[in-house]
Design a protein around this ligand. Structure first.
Ligand code: ZN
Length: 480
């Protein structure tokens, strides 16, 4: 037997003691190995969530966490550094740990940033719209930002393709954009105005000459060219006809007005002496005077229009009131001195242009309407044979329209009271569809008759209009 065999045998048979010894040695080795490993290992600090993170402005900082270990031992970590959530900027959080004489430090950068775009809120007014061709009138808007607050005044606006575009940028460069569609509409009908009189008198067989019209739309402006004119006018048959003027804007708002055409024989008489209805042109010669103002008031009260054949040395201060009242202002004479004005053609026109210029200077109206002092049939010019024959031609050649009258109130002669004036006028008018009435507003009693004349006329189907170059001229036969 060799000894080594015997020793092995002893060991096998020897019980627990040798194993404990062996285990203790192993443990010791382990501890030594561990100690060496601990001494050789670094203290590790590991950030959860990265070394640089962004924190949205306004949110509270929540620590993502950190781990410290040395080998497999967890180590407590100390951290320091403030991250204010309500201030933009970069902040540093420092983490440190120490264990077994080892220390470690790590930093985390936290950027408090604003990535939230502002908001733009648009206001809307009820039933709001923009007239086509007109600029959009802002209904209102508000821009707010989570960091900058109210930034309404930084909003930039641009209009294109039927939209208003609103854009705003906050101090961090975040952009908000909204747009609003512009609602275009037009609910107002065009205004359609007739030039000339609302009733036109035409002698049988003569053409109706359109005096004109004007159509103005709030959105589209002058749309006179779109006016449709229709009429049942028949120049060969006496009667009353209607001219209808119709115009519509692009949104279908339409306006219609009518004008009457009365076709009559110039000698038309009434049957049984009843009023026939028609137009009465009240005309007043030789003024203005101190009675003109109340005459204008009466005319205005009934919306009646008249014509004033004025004289140069009279109360021309009333000329503006006459024009303002919508009446016709017309030439009578500067001097009304028969011997002077009918002495020669030159003298006549000197007088005529003098009063025409006075009227123009005061009112801006360059009138071509006139009436000869004494009328075209006067005999006071007999001292200059043929002067009226020449003048009646000349004034028309020079572009003037002269009027006489077919109803005489006789206030320059036989009539001395308002009653007489009234009776003369209505008796003259009631047999005519177009009356040119001669009165003088230098006579108070003649002016006094006007209100009753108008009341009678309106009650019997007459309108009171101002003379125009197209009105009946009521020419007299020329006697000289
Ligand atoms: Zn006169």
């Amino acid at each position: 037997m060799d000894s080594s065999f015997a020793r092995r045998n002893r060991q096998r048979k020897g019980g627990a003691a040798p194993y404990i010894l062996a285990g203790g040695a192993a443990l010791l080795i382990l501890v030594i190995v561990l100690a060496v490993a601990l001494l050789a290992s670094p203290l590790k600090l590991e950030l959860t969530g990265g070394s640089e993170i962004d924190l949205e402005y306004g949110e509270a900082y929540a620590e993502p966490g950190v781990k410290a270990n040395l080998l497999f031992f967890n180590v407590d970590v100390q951290s320091g550094g403030q991250v204010p959530g309500d201030q933009l900027g970069s902040y540093t959080v420092t983490y440190s740990a120490s264990f077994l004489g080892k220390t470690a430090t790590v930093e985390r950068k936290v950027n408090v940033v604003d990535t939230t775009a502002p908001t733009i809120t648009l206001m809307h007014k009820d039933n709001f719209f923009t007239l086509p061709g007109h600029e959009y009138q802002e209904e209102g808007f508000v821009a707010e930002d989570n960091h900058d607050g109210d930034i309404t005044d930084r909003v930039q606006k641009m209009v294109s393709d039927g939209y208003v575009h609103y854009m705003v940028t906050d101090s961090s460069g975040n952009v908000a954009e909204v747009k609003r569609e512009i609602v275009y509409n037009d609910i107002t009908a065009p205004e359609l105005t007739l030039l000339g009189n609302s009733t036109v008198y035409v002698t049988v067989g003569k053409d109706f000459v359109e005096p004109g019209y004007k159509a103005i739309d709030d959105a589209e402006g002058d749309i006179s060219l779109k006016v449709q004119v229709t009429t049942d006018f028949n120049k060969n048959t006496p009667g009353t006809y209607t001219v209808t003027y119709k115009v519509a804007d692009n949104y279908g708002n339409s306006t219609e007005v009518t004008r009457k055409i009365v076709v009559s024989n110039s000698q038309q008489q009434t049957s049984g002496g009843n009023p026939v209805g028609g137009v009465i042109y009240l005309t007043f010669d030789d003024g203005p005077s101190q009675h003109t103002e109340r005459l204008l008031q009466v005319l205005e009260k009934y919306n009646a229009k008249a014509t004033f054949f004025v004289v140069g040395d009279k109360a021309l201060g009333y000329l503006d009131d006459i024009v303002a009242g919508g009446h016709a202002i017309a030439i009578h004479s500067d001097t009304h001195n028969y011997n002077q004005i009918y002495a020669s053609e030159e003298a006549f026109f000197n007088d005529l242009y003098a009063i025409q210029n006075k009227i123009y200077d005061r009112t801006g109206v360059k009138t071509t309407l006139m009436r000869f002092p004494g009328g075209s049939s006067n005999m006071v010019s007999k001292f200059n044979p043929g002067i009226m024959t020449r003048l009646t031609k000349l004034v028309e050649e020079k572009g003037f329209t002269y009027f006489d009258w077919n109803v005489d109130s006789k206030d320059a002669g036989g009539a001395k009271t308002a009653d007489e004036v009234y009776n003369n006028v209505i008796n003259g008018c009631k047999s005519r569809t177009a009356s040119v009435v001669l009165q003088h507003d230098i006579h108070g009693y003649s002016v006094d008759a006007v209100e009753r004349i108008i009341q009678w006329g309106l009650a019997n189907g007459y309108t009171f209009e101002a003379l125009t170059p197209d009105s009946p001229t009521a020419h007299h036969p020329v006697n000289n």
